[in-house]
Design a protein around this ligand. Structure first.
Ligand SMILES: Nc1nc2c(c(=O)[nH]1)N[C@@H](CN(C=O)c1ccc(C(=O)N[C@@H](CCC(=O)O)C(=O)O)cc1)CN2
Length: 283
Protein backbone atom coordinates (compact mmCIF):
# COMPACT_ATOMS: atom_id res chain seq x y z
CA UNK A 1 0.00 0.00 0.00
CA UNK A 2 1.17 3.52 -0.69
CA UNK A 3 -0.29 6.45 1.23
CA UNK A 4 -2.15 9.32 -0.44
CA UNK A 5 0.04 12.42 -0.25
CA UNK A 6 -1.45 15.28 1.81
CA UNK A 7 0.03 17.97 -0.42
CA UNK A 8 0.45 21.09 1.71
CA UNK A 9 2.20 22.99 -1.05
CA UNK A 10 -0.71 22.59 -3.48
CA UNK A 11 -3.34 23.30 -0.81
CA UNK A 12 -1.45 26.39 0.38
CA UNK A 13 -1.30 27.62 -3.23
CA UNK A 14 -5.13 27.49 -3.40
CA UNK A 15 -5.42 29.42 -0.12
CA UNK A 16 -2.94 32.02 -1.36
CA UNK A 17 -4.86 32.44 -4.63
CA UNK A 18 -8.01 33.23 -2.62
CA UNK A 19 -6.07 35.61 -0.35
CA UNK A 20 -4.66 37.46 -3.38
CA UNK A 21 -8.22 38.30 -4.44
CA UNK A 22 -9.19 39.41 -0.93
CA UNK A 23 -6.09 41.60 -0.65
CA UNK A 24 -7.01 43.28 -3.97
CA UNK A 25 -10.51 44.06 -2.60
CA UNK A 26 -9.00 45.49 0.60
CA UNK A 27 -6.65 47.70 -1.42
CA UNK A 28 -9.58 48.99 -3.50
CA UNK A 29 -11.16 50.00 -0.21
CA UNK A 30 -8.03 51.82 0.97
CA UNK A 31 -6.47 49.18 3.23
CA UNK A 32 -3.15 47.48 2.48
CA UNK A 33 -2.62 44.55 4.86
CA UNK A 34 0.89 44.54 6.35
CA UNK A 35 2.71 41.67 8.10
CA UNK A 36 5.44 42.49 10.60
CA UNK A 37 8.05 40.01 11.81
CA UNK A 38 10.38 40.31 14.78
CA UNK A 39 13.42 38.05 14.51
CA UNK A 40 15.99 37.99 17.29
CA UNK A 41 19.36 36.37 16.60
CA UNK A 42 20.78 34.33 13.74
CA UNK A 43 19.16 30.91 14.11
CA UNK A 44 19.45 29.53 10.53
CA UNK A 45 16.02 27.82 10.58
CA UNK A 46 14.27 30.97 11.85
CA UNK A 47 16.01 33.06 9.20
CA UNK A 48 14.73 30.72 6.47
CA UNK A 49 11.16 30.79 7.86
CA UNK A 50 11.05 34.58 8.23
CA UNK A 51 12.45 35.09 4.71
CA UNK A 52 9.77 32.68 3.43
CA UNK A 53 7.02 34.63 5.19
CA UNK A 54 8.09 37.84 3.46
CA UNK A 55 8.29 36.10 0.06
CA UNK A 56 4.73 34.85 0.62
CA UNK A 57 3.58 38.41 1.44
CA UNK A 58 4.98 39.71 -1.84
CA UNK A 59 3.20 36.89 -3.69
CA UNK A 60 -0.28 37.85 -2.42
CA UNK A 61 0.22 41.64 -2.24
CA UNK A 62 0.65 42.01 1.53
CA UNK A 63 3.17 44.68 2.62
CA UNK A 64 6.14 43.54 4.73
CA UNK A 65 7.71 45.08 7.80
CA UNK A 66 10.83 43.27 8.94
CA UNK A 67 12.50 43.92 12.29
CA UNK A 68 15.75 41.96 12.81
CA UNK A 69 17.53 42.29 16.14
CA UNK A 70 20.91 40.84 17.19
CA UNK A 71 21.10 37.80 19.49
CA UNK A 72 22.32 40.18 22.21
CA UNK A 73 19.06 42.20 22.14
CA UNK A 74 17.73 42.79 25.64
CA UNK A 75 14.15 42.35 26.87
CA UNK A 76 13.58 46.17 26.64
CA UNK A 77 14.98 46.15 23.06
CA UNK A 78 12.44 43.54 21.96
CA UNK A 79 9.67 45.23 23.93
CA UNK A 80 10.42 48.48 22.07
CA UNK A 81 10.14 46.68 18.71
CA UNK A 82 6.80 45.20 19.77
CA UNK A 83 5.50 48.58 20.98
CA UNK A 84 6.42 50.10 17.63
CA UNK A 85 4.52 47.43 15.68
CA UNK A 86 1.53 47.79 18.02
CA UNK A 87 1.45 51.50 17.19
CA UNK A 88 2.20 51.23 13.45
CA UNK A 89 -0.89 51.80 11.23
CA UNK A 90 0.97 50.04 8.37
CA UNK A 91 1.12 46.79 10.36
CA UNK A 92 -2.18 44.89 10.47
CA UNK A 93 -0.66 41.80 12.05
CA UNK A 94 2.75 40.56 13.18
CA UNK A 95 4.64 37.70 14.73
CA UNK A 96 7.61 37.27 17.03
CA UNK A 97 9.60 34.41 15.52
CA UNK A 98 10.11 31.52 17.96
CA UNK A 99 12.19 30.22 19.59
CA UNK A 100 13.69 33.33 21.13
CA UNK A 101 17.19 33.34 22.66
CA UNK A 102 17.09 31.84 26.17
CA UNK A 103 17.82 35.08 28.04
CA UNK A 104 14.50 36.56 26.85
CA UNK A 105 11.12 36.08 28.57
CA UNK A 106 9.03 34.67 25.71
CA UNK A 107 5.72 34.71 27.57
CA UNK A 108 6.09 38.37 28.59
CA UNK A 109 6.86 39.31 24.99
CA UNK A 110 3.93 37.36 23.52
CA UNK A 111 1.64 39.01 26.08
CA UNK A 112 2.84 42.44 24.97
CA UNK A 113 1.54 41.94 21.41
CA UNK A 114 -1.74 43.76 20.74
CA UNK A 115 -4.21 40.80 20.54
CA UNK A 116 -5.87 42.47 17.52
CA UNK A 117 -2.52 42.26 15.67
CA UNK A 118 -1.59 38.76 16.83
CA UNK A 119 -1.03 37.05 13.46
CA UNK A 120 0.13 33.81 15.13
CA UNK A 121 -2.94 33.40 17.35
CA UNK A 122 -0.58 32.70 20.26
CA UNK A 123 -1.46 35.65 22.52
CA UNK A 124 -3.01 34.39 25.78
CA UNK A 125 -6.18 36.41 25.05
CA UNK A 126 -6.60 34.72 21.67
CA UNK A 127 -5.78 31.26 23.03
CA UNK A 128 -8.36 31.99 25.75
CA UNK A 129 -10.90 32.91 23.06
CA UNK A 130 -10.15 29.58 21.40
CA UNK A 131 -10.83 27.80 24.68
CA UNK A 132 -14.15 29.67 24.86
CA UNK A 133 -14.76 28.94 21.14
CA UNK A 134 -15.29 32.57 20.21
CA UNK A 135 -13.97 34.26 17.08
CA UNK A 136 -10.18 34.86 17.22
CA UNK A 137 -7.10 34.46 15.01
CA UNK A 138 -6.31 30.74 15.10
CA UNK A 139 -2.79 29.33 15.61
CA UNK A 140 -1.41 28.81 12.11
CA UNK A 141 -0.03 25.24 12.17
CA UNK A 142 -3.08 23.66 13.90
CA UNK A 143 -5.45 25.56 11.59
CA UNK A 144 -3.39 24.44 8.59
CA UNK A 145 -3.59 20.82 9.74
CA UNK A 146 -7.39 20.95 10.02
CA UNK A 147 -7.73 22.53 6.54
CA UNK A 148 -5.35 19.97 5.01
CA UNK A 149 -7.35 17.07 6.45
CA UNK A 150 -10.59 18.65 5.16
CA UNK A 151 -9.09 19.26 1.70
CA UNK A 152 -8.34 15.53 1.32
CA UNK A 153 -11.62 14.37 2.85
CA UNK A 154 -9.96 12.65 5.80
CA UNK A 155 -12.82 12.03 8.27
CA UNK A 156 -12.29 14.10 11.42
CA UNK A 157 -15.71 13.70 13.04
CA UNK A 158 -15.50 10.86 15.56
CA UNK A 159 -11.85 10.15 14.71
CA UNK A 160 -9.35 9.14 17.37
CA UNK A 161 -6.51 11.65 17.03
CA UNK A 162 -3.15 11.27 18.74
CA UNK A 163 -1.02 14.42 18.87
CA UNK A 164 2.61 13.88 19.88
CA UNK A 165 4.25 16.99 21.35
CA UNK A 166 2.84 19.63 23.70
CA UNK A 167 4.53 22.76 22.33
CA UNK A 168 2.56 25.99 22.22
CA UNK A 169 2.67 26.45 18.41
CA UNK A 170 1.15 23.04 17.59
CA UNK A 171 0.30 20.37 20.15
CA UNK A 172 -1.51 22.27 22.86
CA UNK A 173 -3.83 24.26 20.62
CA UNK A 174 -4.48 21.55 18.02
CA UNK A 175 -6.54 19.60 20.56
CA UNK A 176 -8.71 22.68 21.12
CA UNK A 177 -9.41 23.02 17.40
CA UNK A 178 -10.13 19.35 16.79
CA UNK A 179 -12.52 19.04 19.72
CA UNK A 180 -14.71 21.96 18.60
CA UNK A 181 -18.24 20.86 17.71
CA UNK A 182 -17.47 21.57 14.05
CA UNK A 183 -14.70 18.92 14.11
CA UNK A 184 -15.84 16.58 16.91
CA UNK A 185 -12.68 14.47 17.10
CA UNK A 186 -11.43 12.74 20.24
CA UNK A 187 -7.88 13.89 20.97
CA UNK A 188 -5.10 12.36 23.07
CA UNK A 189 -2.07 14.59 23.69
CA UNK A 190 1.12 12.57 24.15
CA UNK A 191 4.43 14.03 25.33
CA UNK A 192 7.78 13.07 26.83
CA UNK A 193 6.03 11.90 30.00
CA UNK A 194 3.74 9.49 28.13
CA UNK A 195 4.36 5.96 29.39
CA UNK A 196 3.72 3.89 26.27
CA UNK A 197 3.64 6.10 23.19
CA UNK A 198 3.33 3.19 20.73
CA UNK A 199 0.15 1.88 22.35
CA UNK A 200 -1.51 5.29 22.01
CA UNK A 201 -0.38 5.84 18.42
CA UNK A 202 -1.63 2.36 17.41
CA UNK A 203 -5.20 3.36 18.31
CA UNK A 204 -5.16 6.53 16.19
CA UNK A 205 -7.07 7.24 12.99
CA UNK A 206 -5.06 10.45 12.70
CA UNK A 207 -1.52 10.90 14.06
CA UNK A 208 0.08 14.35 14.29
CA UNK A 209 3.78 14.14 15.11
CA UNK A 210 5.14 17.43 16.45
CA UNK A 211 7.84 16.35 18.89
CA UNK A 212 10.98 17.32 16.97
CA UNK A 213 12.46 13.84 17.40
CA UNK A 214 13.63 12.32 14.09
CA UNK A 215 11.79 9.09 13.14
CA UNK A 216 9.92 8.92 16.46
CA UNK A 217 6.88 7.44 14.72
CA UNK A 218 7.82 4.03 13.31
CA UNK A 219 5.96 1.86 10.79
CA UNK A 220 4.88 -0.72 13.39
CA UNK A 221 3.28 1.99 15.55
CA UNK A 222 0.81 3.10 12.87
CA UNK A 223 -2.65 1.60 12.38
CA UNK A 224 -3.03 0.57 8.71
CA UNK A 225 -4.93 3.27 6.82
CA UNK A 226 -4.32 6.02 9.41
CA UNK A 227 -3.63 9.61 8.33
CA UNK A 228 -0.18 10.70 9.49
CA UNK A 229 0.92 14.34 9.60
CA UNK A 230 4.59 15.07 10.15
CA UNK A 231 5.23 18.47 11.73
CA UNK A 232 8.72 17.63 13.02
CA UNK A 233 11.63 19.66 11.74
CA UNK A 234 15.08 18.51 12.76
CA UNK A 235 18.20 19.02 10.71
CA UNK A 236 20.31 15.89 10.31
CA UNK A 237 23.47 16.23 8.18
CA UNK A 238 22.08 19.44 6.67
CA UNK A 239 18.80 17.79 5.58
CA UNK A 240 15.31 18.13 7.08
CA UNK A 241 14.38 15.07 9.13
CA UNK A 242 10.77 14.69 10.20
CA UNK A 243 9.30 12.87 13.20
CA UNK A 244 7.91 10.11 10.96
CA UNK A 245 10.02 7.25 9.57
CA UNK A 246 9.96 7.07 5.77
CA UNK A 247 8.51 3.53 5.61
CA UNK A 248 5.34 4.67 7.44
CA UNK A 249 4.27 5.48 3.87
CA UNK A 250 3.71 1.72 3.37
CA UNK A 251 1.00 1.47 6.06
CA UNK A 252 -0.55 4.95 6.31
CA UNK A 253 -3.69 5.84 4.34
CA UNK A 254 -2.68 9.50 4.05
CA UNK A 255 0.72 11.06 4.75
CA UNK A 256 2.20 14.57 4.57
CA UNK A 257 5.51 14.93 2.77
CA UNK A 258 8.10 16.79 4.82
CA UNK A 259 9.04 19.28 3.47
CA UNK A 260 5.96 20.23 1.45
CA UNK A 261 3.28 19.19 3.96
CA UNK A 262 2.37 21.14 7.07
CA UNK A 263 5.06 23.88 6.68
CA UNK A 264 3.52 25.59 3.63
CA UNK A 265 0.09 25.41 5.33
CA UNK A 266 1.50 27.22 8.39
CA UNK A 267 2.74 30.01 6.16
CA UNK A 268 -0.53 30.30 4.22
CA UNK A 269 -2.62 30.47 7.42
CA UNK A 270 -0.36 33.21 8.75
CA UNK A 271 -1.20 35.30 5.68
CA UNK A 272 -4.84 34.45 6.22
CA UNK A 273 -4.72 35.83 9.78
CA UNK A 274 -3.17 39.08 8.48
CA UNK A 275 -5.87 39.46 5.82
CA UNK A 276 -8.63 38.68 8.35
CA UNK A 277 -7.23 41.31 10.73
CA UNK A 278 -7.33 43.86 7.88
CA UNK A 279 -10.89 42.81 6.96
CA UNK A 280 -11.94 43.32 10.60
CA UNK A 281 -10.80 46.95 10.26
CA UNK A 282 -13.44 47.39 7.58
CA UNK A 283 -16.00 46.13 10.07
N1 LIG B 1 6.13 32.77 15.79
C1 LIG B 1 6.21 31.52 15.33
N2 LIG B 1 7.35 30.85 15.44
C2 LIG B 1 7.42 29.57 14.97
C3 LIG B 1 6.30 28.96 14.34
C4 LIG B 1 5.10 29.71 14.26
O1 LIG B 1 4.06 29.22 13.73
N3 LIG B 1 5.10 30.98 14.74
N4 LIG B 1 6.42 27.70 13.78
C5 LIG B 1 7.74 27.13 13.58
C6 LIG B 1 8.49 27.58 12.38
N5 LIG B 1 7.68 28.02 11.22
C7 LIG B 1 7.05 29.22 11.27
O2 LIG B 1 7.49 30.16 11.84
C8 LIG B 1 7.70 27.31 10.00
C9 LIG B 1 8.39 26.14 9.85
C10 LIG B 1 8.48 25.53 8.59
C11 LIG B 1 7.88 26.11 7.51
C12 LIG B 1 8.00 25.54 6.14
O3 LIG B 1 7.36 25.99 5.22
N6 LIG B 1 8.87 24.54 5.96
C13 LIG B 1 9.11 24.03 4.65
C14 LIG B 1 10.58 23.67 4.56
C15 LIG B 1 11.44 24.88 4.67
C16 LIG B 1 12.92 24.52 4.87
O4 LIG B 1 13.58 24.26 3.88
O5 LIG B 1 13.37 24.55 6.04
C17 LIG B 1 8.21 22.81 4.43
O6 LIG B 1 7.79 22.18 5.42
O7 LIG B 1 7.98 22.50 3.26
C18 LIG B 1 7.17 27.24 7.65
C19 LIG B 1 7.07 27.85 8.88
C20 LIG B 1 8.61 27.47 14.78
N7 LIG B 1 8.56 28.87 15.07
Amino acid sequence: MSAVKLDGKATAAKIKADLTKRVAVLKERGITPGLGTVLVGEDPGSQIYVAGKHRDCAEVGIASIRVDLPATATQPDVEAAIDELNASPACTGYIVQLPLPKHLDTMALLERIDPAKDADGLHPVNLGRLVHMVDAPLPCTPHGIVLLLREYGVPIKGAEVVVVGRGITVGRSLGLLLTRRSENATVTLCHTGTQDLASHVRQADIVVAAAGVPELIKRDMVKPGAAVLDVGVSRVNGKIAGDVALDVEEVAGHLTPNPGGVGPMTRALLLSNVVEAAERRLG
